[in-house]
Design a protein around this ligand. Structure first.
Ligand SMILES: [Fe+2]
Length: 226
């Protein structure tokens, strides 16, 4: 099932409410073009070995429903949204944002995954979203869980015409596994680390305990300067 723009707006607003409580300047607080020197660039992180070798038939932005299935994936429902911004804080359009992560049993949509025998067939494991003029993207997915050797994370790829694929990973703020995770710890700058470690906040109006997570991505360039 594809998620429509009206859903993006509805859940996107819920997400902004959670982000506004953050004490320091985050990308979502910035006005386009302003405070550029204070914007923290999102650190690049390894793609890792589990990008799907074969993409699923359904690659939309709702990872909870595969094709027209009536059964949703297992997990804590999360509305993940954010904007793709250039180094000045201006939104970048026509960016293909891809995410992939393990299902609630800790299995990737990949032959080499751990927990393969437990894989949730109702979880899409991978999704795509093309940004519009606001640079905004949106996915419905689950809150990530750990798998052997890693703290919970969501992989993100940013693809733009004429540029090489750029990847990062985002993490759960306050998760005890982060401090033991070599890839998380490889980001030495505290502000940069904070930029990829995000809140998964309960949506107050949700009767089924859904979460909202906001992950803005600040690229290290401006398209206009190319
Ligand atoms: Fe991973």
């Amino acid at each position: 099932m594809i998620i429509l723009r009206r859903d993006v707006l509805r859940w996107g607003l819920a997400g902004l409410g959670a982000a506004a409580a953050a004490p320091r300047l985050l990308a979502q607080d910035a006005k386009p073009g302003a405070l550029a020197e204070e914007l923290v660039r999102t650190p690049r992180q390894t793609e890792g070995p589990f990008y799907p070798v074969k993409l699923p038939l359904d690659t939309d932005n709702d990872l909870l429903i595969v094709n027209d299935s009536l059964t949703a994936a297992v997990g804590e429902i999360t509305h993940l949204s954010g904007r793709i911004l250039d180094s000045k804080g201006d939104p970048i359009r026509n960016v293909l944002v891809e995410i992939w992560q393990v299902d609630n049993a800790g299995a990737y949509l990949h032959e080499g995954t751990s927990n393969k025998e437990k894989r949730d067939r109702n979880y899409q494991g991978f999704g795509r979203f093309l940004t519009g003029s606001t640079g905004e993207y949106y996915f419905r997915t689950i809150k990530p869980v750990p798998y052997p050797g890693r703290t919970p994370h969501i992989h993100v790829a940013v693809k733009m015409k004429g540029r090489e694929k750029w990847t990062t990973q985002c993490y759960i703020k306050g998760h005890p596994g982060n401090e033991k995770d070599g890839i998380w710890k490889s980001v030495k700058d505290e502000k940069q680390r904070d930029a990829i470690t995000i809140d998964f906040a309960p949506i107050k109006t949700s009767k089924i305990g859904e979460l909202s997570a906001r992950f803005d991505i600040v690229m290290g360039f401006t398209p206009a300067a190319d």
